[in-house]
Design a protein around this ligand. Structure first.
Ligand code: PDD
Length: 285
């Protein structure tokens, strides 16, 4: 049984209750994080807590906890759940009001909820063969840099992939790559790794940062710049990154092979660097 945290209490997930008057439920008014945990140690925790702080500040919701308090709650949730590798979900909403009103309540008591699941990273066959992606117009709002729980557009876009037996939807806005429905996207052309620059049009992924750091550390040629849709469609390699997918090759896009149609050398190398980095960090913490 999964153990969760709700407003100061640790309790079995199936006993947790939130009011339907919660603004997270009524308006999708809240922020969230997904933190990967390996061998019971959260990966890049300070970065996740800092991003949560930035989302909360941008949506004008006071952060209910200091970083040390967040670390303690997250640590408890990890300890009280059975898995070695976990995916911790953390959500802060603007809490319960006594009437439905778009404007914020006068007194705000945020709802803080955390739960954990077994971390399921992509199976070996997906890493070895790559996965299929589809494309779609990015019709989300103009604050995609915020990790808010208003996720309907992302859900519709992810379902668009699932409906076509694909794993991810790659998004284009005004002729440029933004990201995936739940991941960041990297492109390889002529041995150079390309990454779209952080902006209000994409989530600043924690894994995205790790990938760029690894490129710098290992001297991989790379450019952070706007990427044309056409460059994606004629890429040698494509891969997605996220806390749960790590680094995963996309070998088909809209039913056409990407490059050779097999995972490419740069993506394979990045996956290996990522695993090494993860193992080193986890051993040293
Ligand atoms: N999603 N872009 C979007 C739209 C995302 O939802 C995510 C992650 C990412 C990658 O961010 P990170 O590397 O920090 O995980 C990029 C999480 C895993 C989710 O919603 O489940």
């Amino acid at each position: 049984m999964s153990l969760c945290y709700l407003n100061g209490r640790y309790l079995p997930l199936d006993e947790a209750r939130v009011s339907p008057m919660d603004r997270g439920f009524l308006f999708g008014d809240g922020a969230y994080e997904v933190i990967p945990v390996y061998s019971r140690r959260p990966f890049r925790l300070d970065e996740h807590i800092a991003r949560l702080g930035r989302t909360l500040a941008s949506i004008r919701l006071p952060d209910p906890h200091r970083p040390d308090e967040w670390r303690e709650i997250i640590g408890e949730v990890i300890d009280r759940n059975p898995w070695q590798d976990q995916s911790v979900y953390l959500q802060v909403s603007r809490g319960v009001d006594d009437k439905r009103n778009h404007a914020f309540p006068k007194v705000i008591r945020p709802t803080v909820f955390l739960m954990s699941e077994a971390l399921v990273t992509p199976p070996a066959h997906q890493r070895e063969e790559g996965v299929a992606g589809v494309s779609a117009a990015d019709f989300r709002w103009l604050r995609c840099d915020l990790k808010t729980v208003s996720m309907l557009a992302n859900c519709l876009l992810r379902q668009h992939a699932v409906d076509q037996d694909c794993v991810e939807t790659i998004l284009f806005r005004d002729g440029f790559l933004t990201e995936g429905s739940a991941s960041n996207i990297f492109v390889v052309r002529d041995g150079v790794m390309l990454a779209p620059p952080k902006s209000h049009l994409m989530l600043p992924g924690i894994t995205y940062d790790v990938v760029l750091e690894l490129a710098v550390k290992h001297g991989l040629k790379h450019e952070v710049r706007e990427i044309l849709e056409d460059e994606v469609r004629h890429a040698d390699e494509l891969w997605m990154s996220s806390s749960t997918k790590e680094v995963l090759p996309i070998t088909r896009l809209d039913d056409k092979p990407v490059g050779t149609g097999r995972p490419g050398p740069v993506g394979r190398q990045m996956h290996a660097w990522y695993q090494d980095f993860k193992n080193t960090v986890m051993r040293s913490e």
